[in-house]
Design a protein around this ligand. Structure first.
Ligand SMILES: [Ca+2]
Ligand SMILES: [Ca+2]
Ligand SMILES: [Ca+2]
Ligand SMILES: [Ca+2]
Length: 231
């Protein structure tokens, strides 16, 4: 190999190396870990304290806690408060449940003796009031938040793995909820999704059923009353 070809190979190798390192650097930054209780299973990300950056709420099943991590404004986070949940929190969602302009928390506690959904109302500064519990079906494993009865407040739905049903909890308009209304699904519903699958302007519900290996589609009649179609 003469010197000219050798130099060409060297130049090409250096260019490839630079491009590769640049590409990796642009995709992967160094990961940063934050403590989040024992057994963190789910997280939601929204601006809890209205300072225009997104914060985190993390549920942890063994410590039975929800941890709030506030964004410092630069993508780093600081721990603020930790709140207790019921036994084995499994899913968390956030929305403005009491219509006061800040984001509140709804948590499905899978192994709680009373089969609870916990609501934590935001004080507006990412501190939360003591949880209020509502009874759902047996082993609520996931939940979703939508306005199912079109009255301009946000309602809850849980998928209850052991009672083979969903629970609908309608909002009174102030972040408190009525007793659950349950609808049968397939066997072992563990996932729930609210979506207007039939395009008629109201939100329907779909569950994924772990044991019967199928999905259940529940069609909303527009008033929050559902009809079941297991497929
Ligand atoms: Ca924030
Ligand atoms: Ca609120
Ligand atoms: Ca509603
Ligand atoms: Ca619909």
């Amino acid at each position: 190999m003469n010197l000219k070809y050798f130099l060409c190979y060297v130049v090409l190798f250096v260019i490839w190396l630079c491009l590769t390192e640049h590409s990796y650097a642009s995709i992967f930054l160094s990961p940063v870990n934050y403590a989040a209780g024992d057994g963190p299973v789910a997280v939601c990300c929204i601006d809890f304290n209205n300072d225009n950056d997104k914060d985190l709420a993390i549920i942890s099943r063994f410590s039975q806690t929800v941890s709030i991590l506030l964004n410092n404004g630069d993508g780093t986070f600081q721990h603020t408060n930790i709140y207790s949940t019921e036994q084995l929190p499994a899913d968390i969602r956030t929305a403005d449940l009491d219509n006061d302009g800040d984001y509140d928390l709804a948590i499905a506690n899978r192994d709680s003796p009373g089969f609870y959904v916990s609501i934590l109302i935001n004080n507006g500064d990412a501190t939360f009031q003591e949880k209020v519990n509502y009874v759902s079906g047996n082993h609520p494993s996931s939940l979703d938040i939508c306005d199912f009865d079109n009255d301009e407040d946000l309602d809850l739905v849980t998928a209850n793995a052991y009672s083979d049903d969903i629970s609908l909890l309608f909002n009174n308009g102030d972040g408190t909820f009525q007793n659950a209304v349950n609808y049968t699904t397939g066997d072992g519903p563990v996932g729930v999704l609210s979506v207007d699958y039939d395009n008629d302007g109201d939100l329907d519900v779909i569950t994924t059923n772990d044991v019967s290996k199928d999905v259940t589609i529940l069609e909303n009649d527009g008033s929050g009353v559902f009809q079941v179609d297991t497929t």
